[in-house]
Structures are given as C-alpha cells and as structure tokens.
Design a protein around this ligand. Structure first.
Ligand code: ADP
Ligand code: MG
Length: 367
C-alpha cells in the first residue's frame, strides 16, 4: 500500500535534497583536492535556505594514520530554490551591503549571504562568544567547526535540551536553566558591545547546547548595531530569549531592563564585569507582578530607526514629563548629557543662524 512509515519519507526527502547542483559539487571537489576536507558525509540539517553537511578534515601528512582527523560542518547555501525569508529588511540600510547587492541576481545574493555569515562568525568568535569557528569560504559554501560528539552526532538545539533532576539537589534543574540564561545574556551583551552586532534571529532554534555551553549559530542575517532596524531586531531577540527561558521556569529579567543593559553605553564591556553586573541585575530584580504587562507595553513601544530619532523632544516630551527620561526605550543608548541636547542645540543653532545670514549677505554682495 501507499502508507509508508514516516522515517522512510524523511529519508527520501533528505536524499532528494542532498542532490547537489554542479556548482556546489565543483566547490566541494576543489575542497577535497586541496585537502581542505577529506570526506563529506551525511547531511546534518536541511533548511529552507541552506543545508548543513558533516565532513572530516585530515591534514595530508596524516592521511594514513588519520591521527588528527577533525570533524567539520559545511553549510551550503541554496542557490536555486530561493525562499530567502524576508532578507531584504536585513540588507536595507546595511552599509557593508550597499555595493553589488542587486535584486534578481540570486547567485550573487547567496554568495553575499555566505560571506556575511563568514565575516560575522569571525567577529563573534574573535570576541570569545562560543560559536563555530569559520574556517573556509568558497562562494556559497562555508566550512566551520563541527559542534557535536566524537561520533558525529550534532549538538542539540537549545529547544531540544532537557535536564534530569538530581535527587541530591531538587533545585538543580532550575539552577541549571538560570545559569544558562545568564550565560546567554552575557553573550548578547558582548555581541552588541564588542562585535557591534545584533543577531536578528536569536532563539532556541539558533543556539546549540554543547560542552555545557550555549553556542550561537546562524548569523548570516545579523546586522551592525547602527543598522536602522537593529534595535527592533534586538528587541525581538530579547523577547524570544526571555519567552523561552520563562517557559523553562526562569524568572527572567524584564525585556526593557535587558534591552537597557545590552545597549547601554555605560554598561561594562569586559567579560568578567559583564557577568558580575548581570548577576547583580538578576539578584536585585524587582519581584514584579507586572512583568507580563510591562513586557507587553515594551514590545509595542516606539523604537527609533535612526540615531537622529533617538531623542525627539516633541515626541518624547510628554513621556519624559510623566515618567522621567528613564521611561524611554532608548534611555541607555546615550550618555546623560545627550538628554540636555535640546537647550544646547537651541543656543547653538541661534549662533549659527546668525553666521549663516552674514555669509549669505557677504555672498550676495559679492555677486
Ligand atoms: P538555517 O537555519 O539557515 O538552515 P543554521 O546555521 O541554523 O542554518 O543550521 C541549521 C542546523 O544545522 C542547526 O540548527 C544545527 O542543528 C546544524 N548546524 C549548523 N551549524 C552546525 C555546526 N557548526 N555544528 C553542528 N551542527 C550545526
Ligand atoms: Mg537556523
């Protein structure tokens, strides 16, 4: 009959999707010939935009003994079936992307996404955030560290992680989730302050649990902190993270508090200091019954799209008058002095108006 078991269907699909297009096959062959990799194995993940394969690298001199065989992950962006989510919104306003990102040229787009992931991963890795180190990039094929066990089983996504309670300490599972939560917040702060990036798709789907740590992956859509919509993306990342950890029973920080901490110019940038400050924030967090409510308000609040909008006296005056400047979403984006800008600006602009007029007069005299 037609009723095949589910497993078979999945295997069939994986096989079909594994059929590589000639270009990709060429690139993989080149990588094999140049000894960048020595084997390409099965598929780890088939996604809408990319497939991830398991591979092995063995340096030439060890070919016989395979003594230093290392596992790799190879992410192959799909060039043909292009269902790139709404990628445009990540690209618009991204200065690194201004040149050459043409609508309609899929192959070029995909190449750029792979390059973007490679560069972002480099930065994330250099900042000491756990992530696979990117090792090789060739057009739309990216090789990186493999996260998983010795047998080639990939590390689980955070969404699939469960912990067993320990009889000795009934609180163990709760403590574990809280520790992981704080660890992730630390990484989010470093990502913003040191890498100057906002992940843009951070959730339990793009975090792997490996060696007792949380590893960030899938950073091709990550944007510069000065991208016009970076703060909006950051707010969504925070929501995803807080929602997930709330579901694991962690009494999370308010979205607003976390947003302030991550974006604050005055927050620490040193790793240890960040951890300390976060623990402090967490331990002292007010036991508010209003959390859901506050998050709901915050998630709808105005987020400035450009730095020019950050302090708009007309728009924000009322809010500042009612609740003080601390109620503004972007309160911590700027130092205190920025909020006195209004008065300085006024005196400043009067002066410059005068000199402008003088210039004009001189100019017209000359003509
Ligand atoms: P996308 O979501 O765009 O398909 P990801 O980068 O999120 O691509 O990768 C898809 C999946 O492949 C991940 O969820 C993870 O399970 C697996 N994966 C990706 N990179 C690695 C890696 N370096 N090591 C192990 N598994 C990985
Ligand atoms: Mg992903």
């Amino acid at each position: 009959q037609d009723k095949r078991p589910k497993g078979n269907e999945r295997a069939d699909r994986a096989t079909t999707e594994q059929v590589l297009d000639p270009r990709t096959r060429m690139i993989l062959l080149q990588m094999l010939n140049r000894n960048v990799i020595s084997e390409v194995n099965g598929i780890i993940s088939t996604g809408k935009e990319a497939n991830v394969y398991h591979a092995i690298s063995v340096p030439a001199e060890d070919e016989d003994t395979k003594a230093t065989a290392v596992q790799r992950a190879i992410k192959v962006y799909k060039t043909r079936i292009l269902v790139f989510k709404d990628r445009e919104r990540y690209v618009a306003g991204e200065h690194r992307f201004q040149r050459g990102y043409k609508k309609g040229n899929n192959r070029e787009k995909v190449r750029q996404w792979a390059e973007k992931e490679y560069r972002n991963l480099k930065r994330v890795h250099a900042a000491g955030i756990p992530c696979p180190e990117p090792l090789h990039l060739r057009i739309h094929v990216l090789m990186m560290d493999f996260l998983g066990d010795k047998k080639g089983k990939a590390a689980p996504k955070l969404k699939d992680v469960t912990f067993e309670s320990d009889n000795q300490d009934p609180q163990w599972v709760d403590k574990k989730w809280t520790a992981l939560y704080l660890q992730l917040l630390e990484h989010m702060r470093v990502l913003y302050s040191t890498c100057r990036l906002v992940h843009g798709d951070l959730s339990e789907y793009n975090i792997l649990y490996h060696q007792d740590k949380l590893w960030m992956i899938d950073v091709s859509q990550s944007v510069e902190h000065d991208h016009p919509r970076s703060l909006e993306f950051l707010r969504t990342d925070i929501k995803n993270v807080n929602d997930f950890f709330s579901r694991q029973g962690v009494d999370t920080l308010l979205d607003r508090v976390l947003f302030d901490f991550i974006t604050a110019v005055e927050s620490p940038v040193e790793k240890d200091a960040i951890a300390k400050a976060l623990h402090h924030l967490f331990d002292d967090r007010p036991k508010t019954a209003e959390k859901d409510n506050d998050n709901e308000v915050f998630r709808k609040q105005f987020i400035p799209q450009t730095l020019d909008q950050v302090y708009d006296a007309e728009r924000d005056a009322e809010q500042v008058a009612e609740g003080g400047k601390d109620t503004l979403v972007y309160r911590n984006l700027l130092p205190d002095s920025a909020f006195n800008k209004e008065s300085e600006d006024n005196s400043g602009s009067e002066e410059s108006d005068q000199s402008d007029n003088q210039d004009e007069e001189t100019d017209s005299d000359g003509e």
